[in-house]
Design a protein around this ligand. Structure first.
Ligand SMILES: *Cc1c(COP(=O)(O)O)cnc(C)c1O
Length: 346
């Protein structure tokens, strides 16, 4: 190996999924796959998750949702929540992608396209519970639900979910968000059946605040083994990916390793510990195409350095590295460029 590699450990990913599902209890897992499955690669993530029994997937946009459908086939549910063009709506409806809808304008477009295509759109209506990103404001909720109910009666829509996204910044804010969410669920129930999929929480809140969980939990980070920045360790969850790079040259007391900032490794990580055959060593500098690491006895070209991973060679996790530069573990993974080969090891 003379190139950097992101090693994907399928058994760890499957074990993480099992640990998350255990923790979720009655709340069903929707595995979130945005950003090319958090940098791990969509195909591997979907295929491995299918082996682990996952039946519901969440993709940010319709494009990604269609990719999931192609990989996973027709037996799973796929949810895409980004507001989309009419062309994308058409493809989504024809491929049975469930759509997250956060505005009445988008609701009308989806209903119109479903009418034209003669299909029933499966939608999850989003209530704005305080983030003010996307979502129907509470004062507009009854009117939005009335439109959805009318479209249900005309055969062009099935309201299958109510959802929102919470900040996970403070327990008090999340409690307030849940109260708004539950009000919206109650109001919806007054005009017909309450949809089966009620979802509010992502990794951290689903794990640590069981009382906030709905019937579904949308989980990305923890399934990949990425814990929250500045958050506690997670029982039964380990990083599924590790970044390895070969020593390409020796420079005095240092080893020069073939991965650098052009590969997406932030140069501000200089000073981080990395894993070597002799245990942890400091990476003194992250240059464009290489990283310079304090040497070890007997080091040689071709030796392997682990930049981040589960800790087997003394390396830290993506989240621990992220904490050094005030970001989140997801960011370390999703920035990794295409020059880094993804290789399944297990
Ligand atoms: C990213 C995302 C998630 C998953 O968040 P994690 O913290 O990675 O579990 C869930 N829902 C939405 C809307 C998201 O954007």
């Amino acid at each position: 190996m003379m190139r950097p590699e992101l090693r994907l450990d399928s058994s760890v990913f499957r074990a993480n999924i099992a640990a998350v599902r255990d923790r979720l209890g009655d709340s069903a897992l929707m595995l979130v796959l945005k950003d090319d499955a958090y940098g791990h690669g969509l195909r591997w993530a979907v295929e491995t998750a299918l082996e682990a029994g996952v039946t519901a997937f969440g993709s940010y946009d319709v494009r990604g949702g269609l990719d999931v459908r192609r990989i996973a086939g027709g037996a799973v549910s796929v949810f895409a929540w980004a507001t989309s063009t009419d062309e994308e709506i058409d493809e989504a409806l024809l491929q049975d992608i469930e759509l997250g809808i956060g505005t009445v304008e988008y609701l009308r477009r989806v209903v119109a396209r479903a009418g034209v295509l003669g299909v029933r759109a499966r939608v999850h209506l989003k209530i704005d519970t305080g983030l003010h990103r996307n979502g129907v404001r509470p004062e507009d909720w009854p009117a939005a639900v009335a439109e959805a109910r009318a479209a249900e009666r005309s055969g062009s829509l099935a309201l299958v979910g109510i959802w929102s996204h919470i900040a996970e910044a403070s327990d008090a804010e999340d409690d307030d968000a849940q109260a708004v969410f539950l009000d919206a669920v109650r109001e919806t129930g007054a005009s017909g059946a309450v949809p089966a999929a009620l979802h509010l929480t992502a990794s951290a809140a689903s794990w640590w605040r069981p009382e906030l969980r709905g019937t579904v939990s949308r989980i990305g980070a923890f399934c990949y083994g990425i814990r929250s920045a500045d958050g506690p360790e997670l029982d039964g969850v380990r990083p599924a990916a590790s970044l390895g790079a070969p020593v390409v040259r020796l420079d005095g007391d240092c080893a020069v390793v073939a991965v650098g900032s052009l590969d997406g490794l932030p140069s501000t990580l200089a000073g981080m510990p990395v894993g070597t055959p002799a245990g942890p060593r400091v990476a003194n500098a992250v240059e464009l195409a290489t990283t310079t690491v304090a040497g070890w006895p007997g080091m040689a070209v071709g030796d392997e350095v682990t930049v981040f991973g589960p800790g087997v060679h003394g390396e830290e996790t993506a989240t621990t590295l992220a904490e050094r530069i005030d970001t989140v573990g997801e960011e370390i993974l999703t920035r990794l460029g295409p020059r880094i080969r993804r290789r399944v090891v297990e």
